[in-house]
Design a protein around this ligand. Structure first.
Ligand code: NAD
Length: 281
């Protein structure tokens, strides 16, 4: 069965739109996110455009702060401080990657943790790691939302996460652990990946290599979540050999139309959650 992230994300966005509309009517406060974009990067421009569009769709104002690629660390810090102090801004994103001369770690951790809708601040990572999540990074949050929506049990299941990045693999593993799965994290130095993946009840793949996961690496009946985004000529494909693996798996996310649209929906959900908490204070 195909796990339809596109349809689910639409449902979530529509619910958020309704909720935001009601809250604005009640409070007269418009939710606002700020996206800090440094320098010129085509992929970042596309991502930012999509975030703005998705935010606007649910009634969130999104302001993009474009900074020159030569901007100094102090200048970026100043922008973050201003946004932290601006009560009309409820969520802050710094679009990554940043130019090399900037200290990404310092900038991300300068964002007020209660406005950190990407969930990349150390405090929010710590909260997730210790089982008390606040803002959860959008991509792994989307994965869990898909599992929950389709009623896929995680308790006691063996989940193998392929990839250990800070934005996908590690937080996905934490979330699955918090949901009582037994979790194995594999990465580029893992020996004999197949020996692990064939045992997985739930297989989450976030690497960035087309067809890394072939049908012989998947246990019959497994749930396969493909996070990868790769170019295949004019088309986009994931890390999983979809056509072959869908015959083996019980559930599988397609690329496109799986985790991708869920990511944006969960970012918007985080923004709405942050806004709700801040207007309640
Ligand atoms: P990353 O490059 O930061 O991490 C890749 C991980 O894969 C690393 O931990 C590395 O150790 C591991 N890896 C590399 N080769 C491997 C191998 N042969 N076997 C096992 N592990 C291996 O990437 P990322 O930011 O986590 O993104 C991963 C993929 O997911 C990319 O294709 C990216 O475009 C995609 N992505 C999609 C979304 C979405 O919304 N759908 C969001 C974020 C990332």
């Amino acid at each position: 069965m195909i796990l339809d992230g596109k349809a689910l994300s639409k449902k979530i966005n529509d619910q958020l739109k309704e909720e935001v509309g009601a809250l604005i009517e009640k409070t007269n406060i418009i939710p606002r996110m700020a996206i800090v974009l440094v320098g010129e990067n085509h992929a970042s421009d596309v991502y930012v455009r999509n975030k703005v569009r998705a935010a606007n769709h649910v009634g969130i104002d999104a302001k993009v702060i474009k900074l020159d690629s030569e901007v100094t660390q102090d200048q970026v810090n100043e922008v973050i401080d201003e946004l932290n102090n601006d009560k009309s801004v409820h969520g802050i994103i710094v679009q990554l990657p940043l130019p090399r001369h900037l200290n990404e770690f310092e900038i991300i951790n300068r964002i007020a943790d209660y406005k950190d809708i990407d969930g990349f601040h150390l405090l929010n990572k710590g909260r997730l790691f210790t089982g008390n999540p606040s803002f959860v990074p959008a991509t792994p949050y989307g994965i869990i939302e898909i599992l929950d929506h389709y009623g896929i049990e995680t308790l006691g299941k063996l989940a193998v996460v392929v990839g250990r990045s800070n934005i996908v693999g590690k937080p996905a593993a934490s979330l699955l652990l918090n949901k009582d799965a037994t979790v194995v994290i594999s990465h580029s130095h893992t020996k004999n990946l197949k020996a692990l993946t064939v045992q997985a009840d739930i297989l989450v793949v976030a690497v960035g290599k087309a067809k890394l996961i072939t049908a012989d690496m998947v246990k019959p009946g497994a749930v396969v979540i493909d996070v990868g985004i790769n170019r295949d000529g004019n088309k986009i494909c994931g890390d999983v050999d979809f056509e072959a693996v869908k015959e083996v798996a019980s559930y599988i996310t397609p690329v496109p139309g799986g985790v991708g649209p869920m990511t944006i929906a969960m970012l918007i959900k985080n923004t709405v959650e942050g806004y709700k908490k801040q207007i309640a204070e």
